[in-house]
Design a binder for this molecule. Sequence first.
Ligand code: PMP
Length: 385
Amino acid sequence: MQVEDQTCLYLPMPYMEPITLASGASYFASPIMATEAAVNALRAGETFYGPTEGTPALRQAICDKYKQQGQDVQPEQVLITPGSKQALFNLFSVLLRQGDEVVIPMPSWFGFHELMKYSCGTLVPLQTKPENAYQLTPEMLRQSLNENSRILLLTNPGNPTGKIYTKEELEALLQVTNQYPNLYIISDEIYDHITYGQPFTSLLSCVGAEKENIILVNGFSKSFAMSGWRIGYILGPEELIKKCINFQGSTMSGISVFVQEAAEATMQQRDEALELMQTILAQNRQLMADTLDAIPGVNYYLPDGAYYFFPDLSAYLNRKTLQGNTLATSTDLANHLQQNYNLAIAPGENFGAPGYARLSFAVEPEKLQEALKRLQKALAEFKKA
Ligand code: PMP
C-alpha cells in the first residue's frame, strides 16, 4: 500500500497532550526542606548503613507528632520503613499464618490485594456504599469476625473513597474488635494531613485503642509529596515492632539515612510544607465537584480527605459511543477515554467497584481543567440511552 493511501484511512485528530487522573502520586514537588536536608546529609557523608529500626531523631519526631495529639508513644514503638507499602508487607509477613483472615472494607486500594498475593492471609471484603457514606457499621463487622480473623485493615482517610471515619464511628468499631483478643487493627493513615474541613482522628486517639492490638501505618508519599523517596513507618506495640525490626533487618536493613533526615526536616516544618498543597487541593476538589455535578447521571461521594473522587459512571456503560462501540465495564470506559481523548482514569474494578472510576485531583490546575473538559465532552458524546 502506498503511504498516501494509508493516510486516507485516518480521520484527522487534533493533537491532545496526554493527561492522567489515574496516578496515586500528586504533581506537587517535594518540600524544599526535604531536598536541602538530604543534600546536606549526603555532603556530610551520611552514605552508610543506618540503624535498621530508623534514626533516633526521626523515630522521636514521629512520637512528637502523636504526643501533640495527646498520645504517649515511645521511639521503641516506631519502625521506619521503605514506604507504607513495605510497612504493610512487613506486618502481613509477621502477623499472618495460613488460614488467617484479613477483613477489609471495600472499595479499597488495589495495593492491599496485590500484597495479599505474597502473604499467607485471605482477604474478607466487606462492601460499603456511597449512599451510606461508605460506613462500616459495627453490625457488619460483628457478622464477619470469627476466630480466624487476624487483621482488620482500615484506610482513613479512604483511598479511593475519600471517607474520613469520625471518632464516634471508630470507637463503635473498637467496641466490637476488642472482643477478639487475636485480632489486630491496622489503620493506614497515609492521607492523614489531606482533609477538607472534617477533622481527622487517628485510631490511636480513640477510647478503646489502649489495647496492645492497634497498629498505625503512615508515610510521606501523599501528605508530603515524597513518593519517590520511599519512606514510611509503623507505629505499634513494642513487642510486635521488635518482630518487624527483625524482619526488616533480615530482608532489607535500615532506610537510607539521608532520606530519613529529609523526612525529619519535613516533620519539623510540617505546616509550611503542607500549606500551599492544601490550598490548591481544596480548589481542585471544588472544580471537580462542580464539573461532575454538571454531568447528567453521575453520582459521587464528596471526599472528606485524600485527593480522589470515585464517581459512579455506570450510567454510561452499555451505551453506544460516538465511535460506535458499546462499553461494558469501567475498564472499557477507561480504555475509550485513553484512546480517543488521551485521558487516563483508574477503573473501579481495580478497587472492587465495577462501574466506578477513581479520578485524582492532585493534578496541576490547568491540566485538571483540560482533563475535566475532555471527560465532560466524552460523556456528552455518548448516544442517548
Ligand atoms: N496505602 C494507601 C492507602 C495508598 O494509597 C498507598 C499509595 N497509593 C500506599 C499505602 C503506599 O504508599 P507508599 O508510597 O508509602 O508505599
